[in-house]
Write a protein that binds this ligand. Structure first.
Ligand code: 5AD
Ligand code: FES
Length: 345
């Protein structure tokens, strides 16, 4: 089995059958070996540097109804909010002073933010902080909208594909959403010139080893600049409230595999990973991740952006969160850097 890890380390790819074997026959010893290799590749490419992204959750309104998500439109328990341009800029200011050089604007699919409104927000951030990168994470939009945001100054886009298996995709989403549309968005974003991030939830309901293998093959084919993966965590007021959470163990294992498939990829140790285990993000870094995304949203809205239960860092000021993160990373021998943290290529 170690031979399979070696093969992946050498060739950055495996066959379907080999991926399946690598996942199904995993054990603690093999995982440790895989993490060692993933760390080595990560250190070759990015040293012990940790890139930070300031996450600004600017709206929790969403027209979608994904079965797993706490801010789905059918969840009437949620108190909805939107940040104004001024509030977003204020979060950027706080973030800039703390050393952030990437701002991630994340939100539900909220029709209130028309193309014109988004363009205005993007241009304002860009003119105030020309040395910063803007990442968007606002779901599916037309090619023309994506192009307009890019021309306004957004350079990166996060859109998790959630699963590369069409049947699995259908079991996580209402019928008006489908995998082909999702994938088309990712190809459109790439075509426009964005640095693109896809990703999955590990242990989402109905996920199988076969669907995970399809995810790995899709990731190889798309060649994204970033891959966001975290465990699925149930949210009490969704249809998946009673489903089991994904495990940290399998999440770490997949983080390491993805590092070997795409050696220079930007790989976050996600908040969800930090939520299922107190040392989840640290262990993510030690399995080959190189990015963390502390929360920059104003404190008064954080509890309202609950994608899943018990989300961490919702009670802390941005400054506390960023200090805490620096300490955590130093404790494992890594350094948070003040940098845009671009992809190596
Ligand atoms: N558990 C874990 N991750 C979730 N996301 C949404 N809901 C959950 C949940 N219950 C993830 C999705 C989405 C990203 C913004 O958050 O993968 O793309
Ligand atoms: Fe947010 Fe520790 S990283 S409180």
């Amino acid at each position: 089995m170690k031979a399979l890890v070696d093969k992946l380390y050498e060739n950055h790819t495996l066959s379907k059958g080999e991926y399946k074997e690598l996942i199904d026959k995993r054990n603690t010893e093999l995982a440790e070996y895989l993490f060692e290799k993933a760390r080595e590749v990560r250190i070759d490419n990015y040293g012990h540097q940790i890139y930070i992204r300031g996450l600004i959750e600017f709206t929790n309104y969403c027209r979608n109804d994904c079965f797993y998500c706490g801010i789905r439109k059918s969840n009437h328990q949620v108190e909805r909010y939107r940040l104004t341009k001024e509030e977003i800029l204020q979060s950027c200011l706080v973030g800039y002073r703390l050393g952030f050089r990437t701002f991630v604007l994340q939100g539900g699919e909220d029709g209130y933010y028309t193309d014109d409104k988004m363009i205005d927000i993007i241009q304002s951030i860009k003119s105030n902080y020309p040395d910063c990168a803007i990442t968007l994470s606002i779901g599916e939009r037309s090619y023309e909208s994506y192009k307009a945001f890019y021309d306004a100054g957004a350079e990166r886009y996060l859109l998790r594909h959630e699963t590369a298996n069409p049947k699995h995709y259908e079991s996580l989403h209402p019928t008006n959403m489908n995998l082909d549309k999702r994938k088309q968005c990712l190809y459109n974003l790439k075509d426009i010139g964005y640095q693109v991030g896809c990703g999955i939830m590990v242990g989402s309901p109905y996920q199988t080893t076969d669907s995970l293998v399809e995810d790995l093959l899709f990731i190889k084919e798309l060649e994204p600049h970033m891959v966001g993966i975290g465990p699925f965590i149930p949210h009490q007021s969704t249809p998946f409230a009673k489903k089991e959470a994904g495990t940290m163990e399998l999440t770490l294992y997949l983080v390491a595999i993805i590092r070997l498939i795409l050696p220079t990829v930007l790989l976050p140790a996600t908040t969800a990973l930090g939520t299922i285990h107190p040392k989840g993000r640290e262990l993510g870094i030690l399995a080959g991740a190189n990015v963390v995304m502390p929360n920059l949203s104003p404190k008064n809205v954080r509890q309202k952006y609950m994608l899943y239960d018990n989300k961490i860092c919702t009670g802390d000021e941005a400054a506390e969160c960023s200090k805490c993160m620096k300490k955590r990373m130093e404790a494992i021998g890594y350094q948070v850097v003040i940098s845009r943290g671009d992809h190596k290529n």
